[in-house]
Design a protein around this ligand. Structure first.
Ligand SMILES: [Zn+2]
Length: 375
């Protein structure tokens, strides 16, 4: 009898423990459901400030990225935004939540699934970015999913080479540590940058955010992507985010992509033959919005044309004077916003700076580029 009594007591304690534990977990699950519902609601309400309030401040670049992401939602026609919880794993003060995100834009339905990491800060749940692992090198922190370790290692093997190449080609190093985020695929990458973006890209950088990329088999692809994005990081910072979109792309093309291609790629004749009668001019580039373009050839021409104009400027006026344009743009106040958002103001400032540095205005510069093409 006595033994049975003890057993009963032990059983009772066990049952109470288990049930209080599962009660506790149910409570947390409820909190997390509410949190995800709240994020969904704030996106639907396009409430940028309140949405930023749901983020953890442990990584400032994530907050900057999400600010741009929300500003894009505010200014675009995103419909039926929905978040669905697919799975949940609660551990101490963290929770890992598999979220399915969907929305409509121009009658098309987009969907992506991502592993979100929630952290408890001062008693409430916060969005702590995706469930990334970390890998460090001298100048970089690589953030990646454990299933992408193989790709993170490829990045680790080439990132310092990319860093040195940029330093050699531009003549200056990049300050501080650069965060590289590695997404599962191009769609996940696109949706992490801007829901309204019209096409899928291989790499992304915007001051003061991280460099973002996705899975590629060839390590050399990573080196080239990183070089392009690092030139953005270097020049955008110098110009206090006052670079016209086309000029930023032109600089990245000139100082990275062109250097990685055979010399013929950046020769005038090659450009003329590739884009017969559709040659870019500064005037055209200023009117285009790269982010909503759809024609693949036109997108490539935007990059190549911008790079060729920068090359023309460097061949005509010298690299030092072109760098002076970047520095002169940096004497204006810092512009907050992504390339397309601040392009009108950047273009205006570019028009103010060019006569001071090159002693001609932008129209005259464009005319001399057109004349050079016809020579
Ligand atoms: Zn670029």
């Amino acid at each position: 009898m006595k033994r049975n009594k003890i057993l009963c007591v032990i059983l009772f304690i066990l049952v109470t423990l288990i049930s209080s534990c599962s009660d506790k977990n149910q409570g947390i699950e409820e909190e997390i459901r509410n949190f995800i519902n709240q994020q969904e609601k704030l996106v639907l309400q396009k409430d940028v400030e309140a949405y930023i309030g749901t983020l953890s401040w442990e990584s400032p670049e994530y907050v900057a990225e999400k600010k741009s992401w929300m500003r894009d939602i505010k200014s675009s026609d995103i419909q039926d935004y929905q978040l669905k919880i697919e799975d949940m794993d609660i551990r101490d003060n963290q929770a890992f939540v598999e979220v399915n995100q969907s929305y409509r834009l121009k009658d098309d339905l987009y969907e992506v699934r991502y592993p979100l990491r929630l952290v408890k800060e001062r008693g409430s749940w916060k969005d702590g970015d995706l469930k990334f692992e970390n890998m460090k090198t001298k100048h970089f922190i690589i953030k990646y999913f454990s299933s992408s370790t193989k790709y993170a290692e490829k990045i680790r093997d080439v990132c310092e080479i990319a860093y040195e190449n940029v330093q050699k080609r531009y003549g200056e190093g990049i300050e501080g540590t650069t965060v590289i985020k590695l997404y599962k695929d191009k769609e996940m990458l696109r949706q992490s940058v801007k829901l309204s973006f019209g096409w899928q890209f291989a790499g992304w950088y915007e001051y003061p955010e991280s460099i973002k990329t996705t899975e590629f088999e060839n390590a050399e692809d990573y080196r080239e992507i990183l070089e392009h994005e690092l030139i953005h990081k270097l020049t955008i910072k110098k110009a206090e985010n006052n670079l016209p979109y086309w000029f930023a792309e032109g600089l990245a093309m000139y100082f990275s992509n062109f250097q990685n291609e055979p010399e013929i790629y950046s020769m005038k004749d090659y450009y003329l033959n590739t884009y017969k009668n559709k040659w870019m001019t500064i005037e055209k580039l200023e009117k285009l919005n790269l982010e909503i373009m759809e024609d693949e050839e036109e997108i490539q021409n935007y990059y190549d044309g911008a790079g060729m104009i920068v090359k023309f400027m460097i061949d005509t006026y010298g690299e030092e004077r072109v760098k002076k344009i970047i520095e002169a743009l940096g004497s204006y106040d810092y512009l907050e916003g992504t390339g397309a958002e601040v392009d009108t103001v950047s273009i205006q400032r570019f028009h103010e700076v060019i006569p001071k540095i090159l002693e001609i205005d932008v129209t005259e510069l464009d005319d001399s580029w057109k004349a050079y093409l016809k020579q």
